[in-house]
Design a protein around this ligand. Structure first.
Ligand code: ATP
Ligand code: NI
Length: 317
């Protein structure tokens, strides 16, 4: 059974009625790291926020279901978001500094979370906070506990945020661009850390990124998102070696001769504004194979084994 299962999720912008995410289906097994890939504005963060019940005002779940570890997150409307699932799903957000309280020392913030969410006493929470900081590779937890967020480097803040996400012992971790803005060495350390934390096989990670290098080194499965619509899903190696959807091919074409590098998607994209009011396939305008049908109707998922392709014309054989 999937640890995280999202079925046909739609997100709508209330004011304009536009569909920000359409028919997004995602399934993540225990012990796996799944990459959610897409260019800027494709809806990756909105997807994560919907699962956390943290959508901005004016964006709402308009259809679909989601459940984590067998418990429903929502059914249909965001109003019914079940906050009890918050201990089953934790977010490492895109901006670690913003996720921390700037006016409170790190130690105090961590103790507070542990007391509230794990019902620990003061002393126990303090010990656990220290242990968690060590677990994310911080060798001098005492210094970090006493620091305010602005006194720490970006990489250190990200470690703290990961420690806090771990502190609730959620089986599903969503890491939204966990290494953006960090220098290459720190990036590698944070990714290694996430991989190590996964080694026990009890959790699952949804790794949100636009960096194909991160995906190829970290993820078992990859979900390719474009304009709020899933284009293709499959095991990472299969997708990289044999992309089926025209968008995935377009994305990977330039990578044939070299290892994917940071910002590959950004480099490939010339026109990135997507029209969320499109009725048909979101990629139709840019697709060399599109026909009237593509412009008119959204494609249905074609599934074969572990792969899914959402295209009117291309399927997995
Ligand atoms: N508060 C809001 N109300 C309505 N629409 C919004 C709001 N915030 C963002 N959007 C729209 O939602 C779309 C998806 O945004 P999202 O932040 O999920 O993209 P992303 O894939 O995470 O991009 P990035 O890689 O830059 O983080 C954007 O195109 C944006 O226009
Ligand atoms: Ni984002």
């Amino acid at each position: 059974m999937s640890l995280l299962a999202v079925d046909d999720l739609d997100l709508r912008i209330a004011r304009s009625g536009q569909t920000l995410l359409r028919d997004v289906t995602v399934s993540i097994e225990r012990g796996s790291i799944v990459g959610l890939v897409g260019e800027s504005g494709s809806g990756k963060s909105m997807f994560s926020l919907a699962l956390m019940g943290l959508l901005p005002d004016g964006v709402e779940v308009s259809a679909g279901t989601a459940e984590v570890a067998g418990r429903p997150i929502f059914r249909g409307a965001s109003r019914s978001y079940d906050t009890a699932v918050r201990d089953r799903i934790a977010l490492v957000s895109q901006n670690p500094r913003a996720a921390l309280n700037p006016t409170m020392r790190i130690g105090k913030q961590m103790v507070r979370v542990l007391r509230q969410r794990r019902r620990m006493g003061k002393v126990q929470a303090r010990d656990e906070a220290r242990e968690l900081l060590r677990k994310v590779g911080i060798s001098d937890p005492l210094r970090v506990e006493r620091a305010y967020p602005h006194q720490l480097s970006g990489g250190m803040c990200q470690r703290v945020v990961i420690a806090m996400a771990l502190s609730v012992q959620a089986p599903v971790l969503i890491a939204d661009e966990p290494t953006t803005g960090l220098d290459v060495t720190i990036q590698a350390q944070i990714l290694l850390l996430l991989k190590e934390l996964m080694a026990d096989g009890d959790r699952a990670v949804l790794m949100v990124t636009h960096d194909l290098a991160v995906v190829s080194s970290m993820c078992d499965q990859v979900i390719i998102l474009y304009g709020g619509q899933v284009m293709e899903v499959g095991p990472t190696q299969d997708i990289f070696h044999d992309p089926v959807h025209p968008y995935t091919r377009f994305l990977l074409e330039s990578l044939e001769d070299h290892v994917p590098s940071a910002d590959d998607i950004g480099d490939r994209v010339t026109e990135s504004s997507v029209d969320f009011s499109l009725a048909g396939c979101r990629f139709a305008k840019r697709c060399p194979f599109s026909t009237d049908l593509c412009h008119r109707e959204p494609p249905l998922a074609r599934r074969s084994g572990t792969r899914t392709v959402n295209c009117h014309h291309r399927g997995v054989s």
